[in-house]
Write a protein that binds this ligand. Structure first.
Ligand SMILES: Cc1cc2nc3c(=O)[nH]c(=O)nc-3n(C[C@H](O)[C@H](O)[C@H](O)COP(=O)(O)O)c2cc1C
Length: 193
């Protein structure tokens, strides 16, 4: 299914699928579309209005430079290095026209529980995914080695006790987004009486 301005919100929610970042090509979102996607990411439930998330946008040369940062971190931090993993990591940020790193950053200005702040960052990720999908793009939420590297976290201003929630890739692709198995409704839902 291709999404566009006339797709209903419910159709989007019930049929959206992730694409594979490595199959994405140009065009990515325009500057205006990207801003819309990021604004959608900010418009999430947020107990205490703490905005416990940050969005780091990588395009073009910035993606290349960030690949080098990841490679340096891998070389310093990993005990069992392989060339295959190294090659994959250096190219990781460049898989699609745009990569957005979403970080989950606790804000202690008010005593809001950590779990609530983390969930808000997750909601920001999903809003970004949905907005980009609604604009007709392929989207993929990945983590992997880079999301848990001390050095990569530091490069994204993420403290020791905070997290990289997502690397979200956005691009175009004609890949076949066939359905995957979904949870069984009755396994998940309990109607209480
Ligand atoms: C926090 C988080 C991290 C993820 N990291 C990866 C990843 O590193 N590699 C991967 O193949 N899928 C990862 N996924 C799963 C994909 O983003 C995607 O949800 C999955 O392929 C199912 O596709 P769907 O979104 O169409 O249901 C992650 C999902 C979440 C929520």
């Amino acid at each position: 299914m291709t999404f566009n301005n006339t797709t209903s919100t419910i159709d989007l929610l019930l049929t959206r699928r992730s694409g594979k970042a490595k199959l994405m090509t140009e065009p990515g979102p325009s500057d205006e579309q990207l801003r819309t996607i990021l604004e959608a990411g900010m418009r999430v439930p947020d107990h205490g209005k703490l905005a416990p998330f940050r969005f780091h946008v990588f395009q073009g040369e910035a993606q290349e430079k960030f690949g080098e940062v990841i490679m340096d971190c891998y070389e310093k931090e990993e005990q069992q290095k392989t060339d295959a993993a190294l090659n994959k990591l250096i190219n990781f940020p460049q898989q699609a026209p745009v990569m957005i790193a979403v970080t989950s950053v606790l804000n202690n200005a008010r005593p809001i529980p950590e779990i609530e702040q983390r969930l808000s960052a997750g909601a920001a990720c999903q809003n970004i995914m949905l907005a980009a999908t609604a604009l007709g793009f392929n989207v993929n939420w990945l983590t992997g080695w880079s999301a848990f590297s001390k050095g990569v976290k530091k490069a994204l201003n993420v403290g020791e006790h905070d997290h990289i929630a997502a690397f979200i890739f956005i691009g175009s692709s004609d890949q076949d987004l066939t359905e995957r198995p979904r949870p069984n409704f009755d396994d998940i839902v309990t109607y209480w009486d």
